[in-house]
Design a protein around this ligand. Structure first.
Ligand code: NAD
Ligand code: AKB
Length: 335
């Protein structure tokens, strides 16, 4: 068997920075697409880099036909804050373009006679709790709980979870090769390499990066509001582990995962142990707080642990002490 081919959309984003080198290490030939030119540091892992829009059906169809990918990591998306600001555009990017890519992958699978593994990063945004009190009471939610998203981004992600799962099940029933759909509901992700844009959980990485640069930071979320988080290396490992899991080990096609579940005050406290002069204040923005109040304080990840061995390395202390602070000191101070 020759080298496997992976098509990665949104390859220049935060997750792409972690996924590309790891897939190349696994021997994949990588075809990468993003709205923006890929930095050379990532381009060198690829056999082809394309600057383009996933909404361009002709372009995407041509890539799928030419490269017949064995797997697709569909990372391109508009994240929550941007999606709430422009829900029609969010629907085009997060739903219409994704459905079209799923159809093209299904056609390719049938032509080649082998399934296309489709990795879809979903989000804790698919949950919709009615208010902050219910959120505290609910604690760690299971995959099937509270699937009533209040924001457009969550609606988009939930629909694709359902549609992708449907396509996979339909192919299985027909005994035909199709889309082998697999999805993770990621919590907020924190990377030392990149800073996020357009998300709701951005306050955590922004706070830590600001402290490392000696810049003051005002958190747009109440200091006691809890959300699940994870480091980017743990998130990338989880995605690669799910991608390689044998189909018979999967009891569902959509998995919760998490690393730790801190409040902003707890993140601040840990950051201050390394940067005691950091100026971190709180000035909650009601529209953003409303989104956080509707997302769960924590998620139950037991299915991912038992089905494919989820085992994140970092809790909050390890994330900050062992991963973020050393990398950020190097990045900002050249230590
Ligand atoms: P990101 O915003 O850093 O990266 C997304 C990339 O997609 C960007 O490089 C962007 O240029 C590209 N993109 C956006 N619209 C596009 C379009 N129309 N055509 C082509 N490319 C387009 O986000 P990320 O953190 O790398 O997220 C990757 C995936 O993980 C997304 O689907 C996101 O919803 C999901 N996710 C991320 C987080 C997180 O905290 N980062 C949490 C949960 C889920
Ligand atoms: C966002 O806040 O939009 C993302 C996510 C949790 O999906 N970080």
């Amino acid at each position: 068997m020759g080298e496997r081919v992976a098509l990665i959309t949104g390859s220049g984003g935060e997750m792409g920075h972690g996924v590309l080198p790891r897939l190349r290490d696994q021997g994949f030939r990588i075809v990468a697409l993003d709205l923006y030119d890929l930095p050379e540091t990532l381009g060198r892992y690829c056999v082809e880099t394309v600057r383009g829009d996933i909404r361009d059906e002709g372009l995407m169809g041509d890539l799928v036909q030419r490269f017949a990918p064995d797997c697709v990591y569909h990372l391109a998306a508009m994240l929550s804050a941007h999606s709430e600001a422009d829900p029609f555009m969010a629907h085009q990017v997060n739903v219409d373009a994704t459905c079209s890519l799923l159809r093209q992958c299904e056609e390719s699978a049938r032509q080649k006679g082998r399934p296309v593994r489709f990795l879809f990063p979903s989000s804790i945004a698919v949950y919709g709790l009615p208010d902050a009190a219910t959120k505290v009471e609910a604690g760690a939610v299971e995959e099937s709980d509270w699937n009533h998203p209040r924001g457009m981004y969550g609606c988009n992600k939930l629909y694709i979870e359902l549609f992708g799962t449907f396509l996979g099940r339909r192919a299985g029933k027909a005994g035909e090769p199709g889309v082998d759909f697999r999805s993770i509901r990621f919590p907020g992700l924190i990377s030392a390499e990149t800073l996020p844009t357009g998300g709701t959980t951005d306050y955590a990485p922004e706070m830590i990066h600001a402290a490392a640069q000696g810049k003051p930071y005002s958190c747009f979320i109440d200091e006691h509001s809890r959300l699940p988080f994870m480091t980017m290396p743990d998130a990338v490992q989880a995605l690669l582990d799910l991608a390689e899991a044998p189909p018979e080990s999967l009891s569902t096609r959509v998995y919760n995962i998490r690393g730790f579940s801190p409040s902003p005050a707890e993140i601040r406290k840990r950051v201050l142990t390394h940067f005691p002069d950091a100026q971190i204040g709180f000035d909650p923005v009601p529209s953003r707080q409303a989104i956080v109040d509707s997302w769960p304080a924590d998620v139950d990840d037991s299915r991912a642990r038992s089905d494919w061995g989820l085992s994140p390395e970092h809790d909050l202390a390890a994330a900050i002490d062992d991963y973020l602070v050393p990398a950020l000191r190097k990045r900002y101070d050249g230590d």
